[in-house]
Design a protein around this ligand. Sequence first.
Ligand code: DAH
Length: 344
Amino acid sequence: MDIQMQLAALRAEAETALDGVASAIELADLKAKYLGKKGPFAEFMTQMKVLPNEEKPRFGALVNESKNAVNALFEARREAIEAAEVAAKLAGEAVDVTLPGRTIRSGARHLLTRTVDEIEDLFIGMGYTVKEGPEIEQDLYNFEMLNLPKAHPARDMQDSFYISEELLLRTHTSPVQVRTLLEAGGNKPVKIICPGKVYRRDDDDMTHSHQFLQIEALVVDKDVTLADLKGTLLVLARKMFGEDRQIRLRPSFFPFTEPSVEVDVTCHKCNGKGCPMCKGTGWIEILGAGMVNNAVLEATGYDAKVYQGFALGMGVERIAILKHGIDDIRHFYTNDLRFNRQFR
Ligand code: DAH
C-alpha cells in the first residue's frame, strides 16, 4: 500500500481511538501506543532506512507530517480532557450562597444547676464554704446522730432506700452537718452549705421524685441566735423571689432542730394578695429550718452551753418550680429540650 494511504489510515485509526478516551491516564496510554518508541511512526522510520536514498526525504517528510498531525490531535484531546476535569471539580465544589446557613446549637446549663449556683453564690458571698458528702450514707449520720434513733417514728417521714442495715442512699443533705461538725472537732465555728442529690422511696408523680436536690446550710458558733437565722432566711427569700418579699416562721418539728420552723415567703405572683400559686393564702412554704438541737451538738463533740447553731434545708426543685411556675417536677429529669431551652 502506498505510504500516504497507510499514514492516512493510521491517522484515522488514532482519531477513532481518541474519541473513546475520557481520562488523562487513558490518553497517556494511547499516546504511548501511537507515538511512543515502539509505535507505528517509529516503525515507519525504521522502514525508511532500507529505502533508496532518493526516496528517503519524501518518505521522511510524509511520516513526520502525519506524526505531527496525530500529535496535534493528542494535544487537543489532552486540553479538552483537562478542561472537563477542571469543570467537573468546580461543579463538585460549587457553593450555593443562597442556601440558609447551618445553625450551630450550643448547650446551656440546666435550670437546676443554675438554681444551685445562684444559691451557692449568695451563701459564698456571706462567708459560707461549700461542703459535699457521699450519696451512699451511713445510717449513723443520716439518722442516728441527727437525733433520729432506730425506732424513732420521725424516720417514717423519709422513706429510705437501704443498701444494708447500716448503709442507705441519703434521704437528705443533713448528714453533711454531722460529718462537718465531727471534722471540726467540737471547738471551731462552722459555716457551710451542702448541695447534693438525695433519695426517697416515693412514687414519681407531678410533685414527687425518688431523687431530687437539696441545699443545706449550717452555722455553728458562740453567739448564734434565731435572729441570725431569720435574717439569713430573709436575704435568701429576697434573692430567690424578689426584693419585696416578706417571710414568716411557723412552728414545726424536725428532730435535729429545736425550735424548728417552717418558712413561708409572700407569694411572688400576687404579692401576697392571694392567687392560685399560693392557693389563695398569699404565702408559699419554701423550706424547713431551726436552731441546731443540743443533741446534735453534743453528739458531735460540741459543748451546747458554749456553741449554738442554726440550720436550714431546702429542696432545689421546689424553689425552681415556685420561681418559674413549673407544673411538673418530672420536667427536670426528662430532658425535653423544649422545656430546657426556656431557661437559657
Ligand atoms: N432535712 C430536712 C428534710 O429533708 C430539711 C431540713 C429541715 C434541714 C430543717 C435542716 C433543718 O437543716 O434545720 O426534710
